[in-house]
Ligand binder design. Structure first.
Ligand code: SAM
Length: 257
């Protein structure tokens, strides 16, 4: 029986077809500085190591880490027994002398903070291949105007180009989760798509906390209708219809704090 710790979001991949699809989508090569978050029992670690010859992995669970150390001894695995939420990705990229390619069947319970932590090190990361709950991948990759488009989509947009790749059913994991999963590729932009500072997060959070309201009402505490209009945005529009660049324009209209 697979012993899974609930608090670490442990659902282990066992479907060889799904594992192969993920690894093919990544296309690992020996030149890459691959980093796997949450290797678990090594379902992805094994084929990644086979193709890249070297891999850094970050695992929070000491028992799993001990088993992995033993299994992959002398095979190019550098295991960091650590919390990925506190891991210094920029330092690792410096150490490896190149940008990181991050891979993870991520613990769903920490997915959003983990993505934001990773993007704080955006200059150190080339791309991310992530598996998450299907609904979260849909939100990350959504187009303006769709139901899934929201705060998460817009907050990631300056930093990455997000591409949903494929869905994975619960049967691919042990124990089987209650939800479907999906895999996405996030390619980190060489430079942010538009200038972003703390005001961007404020405007996006305010707009989407009142999703059903028009911008005129949702942003009332930050900008009046005339100021919204001066940014080339219709104050009567709903937040999900705005592009990320339009949110950036609204943010620029706020006083800098
Ligand atoms: N990659 C394996 C697979 O596909 O079978 C395991 C995936 S399981 C969904 C998530 C893994 O992430 C577990 O091994 C868990 O212990 C680890 N994990 C959970 N939270 C973590 C954190 N904050 N930092 C590093 N690893 C974490």
């Amino acid at each position: 029986m697979v012993f899974a710790r609930k608090r670490f979001g442990q659902n282990f991949l066992h479907d060889e077809g799904v594992i192969e699809r993920i690894v093919s989508a990544i296309g690992p090569s020996p030149q890459d500085a691959l980093v796997e978050i949450g290797p678990g029992h090594g379902a992805l670690t094994e084929p990644l190591l086979e193709r890249a010859g070297r891999l850094d992995a970050i695992e929070i669970d000491r028992d799993l880490a001990a088993t992995l150390q033993e299994r992959f001894a002398g095979r190019g695995l550098t295991l960091h027994v650590a919390d990925a939420l506190r891991f210094d990705f920029a330092a690792l990229a410096l150490q490896r002398g190149r940008k990181l390619r991050v891979v993870g069947n991520l613990p769903y319970n920490v997915s959003t903070p983990l993505l934001f932590h990773l993007l704080e090190a955006h200059g150190a990361i080339e791309d991310l291949h992530i598996m998450l709950q299907r609904e979260v991948i849909a939100r990350i990759c959504a187009a303006p105007g769709s139901d899934d488009y929201g705060r998460l989509t817009v907050m990631l947009a300056p930093w990455v180009v997000a591409e949903a790749l494929f869905e994975v059913g619960p049967g691919a994991f042990r124990p089987a989760p209650k939800v479907w999963s999906a895999v996405a590729r996030l390619t980190v932009r060489a430079a942010p798509a538009f200038p972003v500072d703390a005001r961007f997060a404020r405007v996006v959070a305010a707009a989407f906390s009142q999703r059903r309201k028009t911008l005129r009402n949702g942003l009332r505490a930050l900008l009046d209708a005339a100021a919204i209009e001066r940014c080339g945005v219709d104050p009567g529009a709903r937040p999900e219809t705005l592009t990320p660049a339009q949110f950036a324009a609204l943010a620029q209209a706020l006083p800098s704090s």
